[in-house]
Ligand binder design. Structure first.
Ligand code: NAP
Length: 294
């Protein structure tokens, strides 16, 4: 079985690396070719286009920035579906709109190609260590066939149901992630402005049961006042957009999320202007500044 991997960014390069380490024959494609070269040095073959990759692959993984990238790579003139073999499977791991996942699933089905939406929870460290949590939508028998490959990438894989279910689950999880860190940011600003000793305050906060593991990891950033991008604010802002689009389409009110989106929007604008790329937990600094601290 030949495996293809499209999209060798922060996440994709690490997942592709794991498949190579597990002795799978791998063909890779990335829009910016230089990002594929480290994998070629480890034994992967570089394809010149998604079309060339799909013609050689039985199972095709993808990890792409957003919906537009997914549409270009999958449905474009030189895209995966232009040459994918009948009976091939696409395991699509990007965080995208569930509607886009379903559209890809339908277009592929017309060509006899199976699609699983399989977005991931966890970041680059988990991707490197095969410790991601993977949410899968699509046909259950296709999922069962792909389980051994998914086990190379994830510590836990959950089957959620029909196409789009994995993508929906991911958006629900990232609602908790984004709003959770916004709550953390507000709590830190309040504690500091009220005069709690910062170091002690953050230490005690991280010992409490109300702090989730993802918030706990971000307290460390707050402590150091450094926000290196494990999950970039630009990606969280993109995910907030997907969450709010989905909520709007379903008439689901999400007032706390809407407030968190406004803070992320301001930070995203600031980062874009400054050409910086910081972690989404940088909203801690944003709320400190809004409160007149630091
Ligand atoms: N980073 C995380 O912690 C994390 C965690 C969970 C889920 N995710 C999700 O995983 C996905 C990948 O994230 P990442 O952090 O790996 O992002 P990334 O480092 O920015 O990589 C994005 C990939 O998409 C490709 N791409 C972007 N626009 C394209 C286009 N128009 N045509 C073709 N290729 C295009 C990029 O190619 P180039 O190299 O040519 O730009 C690159 O391979 C995203 O959907 C993200 O939301 C990320």
């Amino acid at each position: 079985m030949r495996i293809g991997f499209v999209g060798l960014g922060a996440m994709g390069s690490r997942m592709a690396g794991r498949l190579l380490s597990a002795q799978h024959e791998l063909v890779v494609y990335n829009r910016t070719r230089a990002r594929a070269e480290p994998l070629a040095r480890q034994g992967a073959t570089i394809a010149e286009s998604p079309r060339e990759l799909a013609a050689q692959s039985d199972v095709i993984f993808s990890s792409l920035a957003n919906d537009a990238a997914l549409e270009a790579v999958m449905l474009g003139a030189d895209g995966i579906l232009s040459s994918a073999k009948s009976g091939a499977t696409i395991v699509e791991m990007s965080t995208v709109n569930p509607e886009t996942s379903r559209r890809l699933h339908e277009s592929a089905a017309r060509k006899g190609v199976f699609v699983l939406d399989a977005p991931v929870s966890g970041s680059t460290v988990q991707a490197e260590q095969g410790q991601l949590v993977i949410f899968v939508g699509g046909e259950e028998d296709v999922y069962e066939r792909c389980r051994p490959l998914l086990a190379v990438l994830g510590a836990k894989t959950f089957y959620l149901g029909a196409s789009g279910s994995g993508a929906t689950m991911k958006l629900c999880v990232n609602t908790m992630l984004g709003v959770g860190v916004q709550a953390l940011a507000e709590s830190i600003a309040l504690g500091e402005k009220a005069g709690l000793q910062r170091e002690r305050f953050l230490q005690v906060l991280s010992e409490t049961a109300v702090v989730s593991p993802s918030q706990k990891a971000k307290i460390e950033n707050a402590r150091k006042k450094e926000y290196p991008p494990a999950f970039a604010l630009s990606l969280m802002f993109k995910d907030f957009g997907l969450i709010m689009d989905t909520a709007k389409a379903l008439s689901v009110p999400m007032p706390s999320t809407a407030a968190a989106v406004q803070v992320a929007a301001a930070e995203n604008a600031r980062q874009t202007a400054a050409h910086s790329d910081e972690d989404f937990s940088v909203v801690v600094r944003a709320m400190e500044r809004a409160a007149g601290i630091a």
